[in-house]
Design a protein. Structure first.
Length: 143
């Protein structure tokens, strides 16, 4: 029973992050003009840049479905998902730290990504630790 619970905790954690990521990607792809100003962009270049972010988000999330389906079976892929999330978080923090003063709108946009990616990483990492602890436990194979 514990194995089933930890599997479902992992599925829900990864699926929640996946759903929000895909929703964001689709918003960037379908209505980029709504988001371009948050990145201090406008016109055709701004629309193209935001759509490019949407494409990158979709690429980033290609690893999630197998983990959602069978987190116990795809533990190595789950670790890749965590690495992707950590890379995004570190990269966004670095990007925010390199912004010169006077770019408050852009800083707020980046800060929102940091908040989401940080919380997503914490939730998924906690689920991963539960899952790996259960799988490593000789008595934890009760699926």
């Amino acid at each position: 029973m514990r194995g089933q619970i930890t599997g479902w905790v992992a599925r829900i954690a990864v699926a929640a992050v996946f759903a929000i990521n895909v929703q964001c990607a689709l918003a960037f792809l379908l209505t980029p003009e709504r988001y371009a100003t948050g990145f201090e962009l406008d016109g055709v270049p701004g629309i193209a840049a935001v759509r490019g972010l949407g494409i990158a988000f979709m690429m980033w999330n290609a690893t999630y479905p197998l983990v959602i389906w069978r987190p116990d079976r795809y533990r190595a892929l789950f670790a890749v998902v965590l690495a992707q999330q950590a890379i995004g978080l570190v990269g966004e923090a670095w990007l925010l730290g390199t912004l010169p003063a006077g770019h408050d709108t852009l800083a707020r946009s980046i800060t929102r990504f940091i908040a989401f990616d940080g919380s997503g990483l914490l939730v998924m990492a906690a689920a991963y630790v539960l899952l790996v602890g259960r799988v490593s436990d000789p008595g934890g194979h009760d699926e």
